[in-house]
Design a protein around this ligand. Structure first.
Ligand code: ADP
Ligand code: MG
Length: 256
């Protein structure tokens, strides 16, 4: 079994929950799919805390549990066992529809494939989470326009996804993710479908959003994406095997 290099500030799963401003606190999180011979332990006792304003990457080989962990953090699924506190709320014990409410209010999602509504324009796509959140109709458009302006798309408000480049579509998705002012922005391979120039634009935007105070967690298999974050959590076989400062990018620009 791999030697564990756990971040020294990580709480033991047996410690009392610290009174911190943790955005995400997980202790002993386990997720088992199936039963009997078909049982898969996708997560096996995961412990970590992400504080408000942090910018983290989650890395690890295929099948190591990254997407399962994202689903837990994002309240898309519930753990089999363990403690999960999101912004101080014990979400492991919530049922639907409370889970759906927490998800809508506290999490912003960005996916590799954007997942925009094809027949809705940029403003309408960004307004959608506010409808679920019960934001008054008169406010929705103003807030959507403000979010799109923030991601640099003030001049593309009425374009549908097929009238936008991949990078622009991802920026619409980021505007949609931040418009409800979530506790965390969760991004699963957000640059996986983008070329290197557009990847750079999206990473600049994430850096700006983080600098303005948004907590961000990115799942990525790209070392140069992880290098832009402050902290990298490495997964293997459903466990955190390393957790610490992100490795800096070894850029060829700096070679002699
Ligand atoms: P990663 O995103 O790191 O590739 P996943 O979280 O998707 O890993 O998967 C972790 C493990 O859990 C894998 O062995 C995968 O086959 C298994 N797994 C994921 N989702 C399910 C599911 N819905 N049912 C059964 N097994 C699953
Ligand atoms: Mg995955």
């Amino acid at each position: 079994m791999a030697k564990k290099l756990i971040h020294p500030s990580d709480p033991s799963p047996f410690a009392l929950l610290p009174e911190t401003e943790a955005a995400v606190h997980m202790a002993g999180i386990t997720k088992v799919y199936g039963a009997g011979d078909g049982e898969v332990r996708a997560l096996n006792g995961v412990n970590f805390t992400v504080h408000a304003h942090e910018y983290c990457a989650i890395m690890g080989p295929s099948g190591s549990g990254k997407s399962t962990l994202m689903n837990m953090i994002g309240c898309l699924d519930r753990p089999t066992d363990g403690i999960y506190e999101l912004d101080g709320i014990n979400v492991a014990s919530l049922g639907e529809p409370d889970l759906a409410t927490v998800r809508n209010r506290k999490i912003g999602f960005v996916f590799q494939q954007f997942h925009l509504l094809p027949h809705a324009n940029a403003v309408e796509n960004v307004m959608l989470p506010m409808i679920y959140a019960g934001v008054p109709a008169a406010e929705r458009r103003d807030r959507a326009v403000a979010a799109l302006t923030r991601v640099g798309l003030a001049n593309r408000l009425n374009n549908r996804p097929n009238q936008l480049s991949g990078g622009q579509q991802q920026r619409v998705a980021i505007a949609r993710a931040i418009v409800n002012q979530p506790v965390i922005l969760l991004a699963d391979e957000p640059t996986g479908a983008l070329d290197s120039h557009t990847t750079e634009e999206v990473l600049e935007l994430f850096a700006e959003l983080n600098a303005s105070g948004i907590t961000i967690i990115i799942v990525t298999h790209e070392a140069d994406v992880a290098a832009r974050t402050q902290r990298t959590i490495w997964m293997r076989d459903g466990e955190v095997v390393e957790d610490g400062p992100s490795a800096p990018l070894r850029s060829h620009h700096h070679l002699p």
